[in-house]
Design a protein around this ligand. Sequence first.
Ligand code: PMP
Ligand code: GLN
Length: 447
Amino acid sequence: LNRRLAEFGTTIFAEMSALAVETGALNLGQGFPDTDGPEQVREAAVRALRDGRGNQYPPGPGVPELRAAIAAHQQRFYGLSPDPDTEVLVTAGATEAIAASLLALVEPGDEVIALEPYYDSYAASIAMAGGTRVPVMLHPAAGEAPHGAADEHATDKDESEEGGADASGADRADRADRADRADRADRADRADRADRADRADEYATDGTYRLDLDELRDAITDRTRLILLNTPHNPTGTVLSRAELAAVAEMCVEHDLLAVTDEVYEHLVFEGTHHPLASFPGMRERTVTISSSGKTFSFTGWKVGWVTGTPALVSAVRSAKQYLTYVSAGPFQYAVAEALALPDDYYTALREDLRAKRDLLARGLRAAGFGVFRPAGTYFITTDIRPLGATDGTAFCLDLPRRAGVVAVPTQVFYDHAEAGAPYVRFAFCKRKGVLEEAVTRLKRLA
Ligand code: PMP
Ligand code: GLN
């Protein structure tokens, strides 16, 4: 293995899913649904296979039906109108889209800013492109507000459209509290086990994660080439507000940066609204937008993803993609074209089903003694294990199948600053209700 890849072993997802199979534990680790997507979409794939559509190399940019459907989807949900012929590229999942974008746009030595914690393929793709990753931390913030108030806050923030001024103001105020919170966390850590119930209270208020826009601004240097953004964010469930995105957009324009934005969880938003970064002033011409059918239609095994952007950006990404996979998944492309055209009801039902599962698992994890960060989007919940008397998420997850018959993912693996991620563990809730209930029953035995 060359030096660029030496630090990347087996992905945590493969490792933890193997552990689930080996131990027979419930797998709330790797993010994949345990129920397949819509029957009619599966039928569409069967029809394509049977009718000989896509069984031989499809066109390089993707089959025209899918490119048209991707453009129509962007128009329907966001009012964006990419040209299906020149501004859409079909990829082998979002994973290839990310890799091809970085390989196409990053020169060796360029700096790439990414929100930390970040999805594991970002670091490897930046490294393969010869870039240098510059992490900007999302900060855990204990949730002071009860549910209702937190909702109002999210809505207020989302509707304040003043170019990020509000967000940075709020975040600055927030920063003042942060040292204090860290202090409190330390004290809690030192408290003795008899105090566990009290400590559980302290962490059990729903927390969230915050982007500090000043820190993002400070991370930009002469060598910054692009910002690799992810909203809704894996693993924290953060959905960046309109004001935050407007501020990111302003920074990109001011410093003439490109943005690669991973929006695979665009339809899994429970609070606030998903805004594509490409929809902000000055961003259309500098943003590569990435999404995938894996999350939206529950077909993670099909590996149909896509990129949209200007003809110049899409053609650059296509240059890299040509030599990675050339083309991919012919028959599935036809099926995903049909999936994207499903009525709004489909998208609403997907979201509401996952919202109920989020609430079920969050409640259960809280009852089991975990500190819970309430995700505004995605299908992951990040938890704090310190109320359970543990501090090392990796050791905790390796032992969890034996102790509780459940698999989860240590959030630490998404961090460069490993110590910052140590006490956090991620659970996926894209699983059947019965599975989540059984997992909760088992996890309650930990207390
Ligand atoms: N980006 C994020 C943030 C993800 O969580 C995932 C995981 N599925 C991907 C990209 C990869 O998507 P795909 O399966 O379409 O390659
Ligand atoms: N995105 C999924 C997760 O975060 C897993 C994808 C993968 O295994 N590469 O769990």
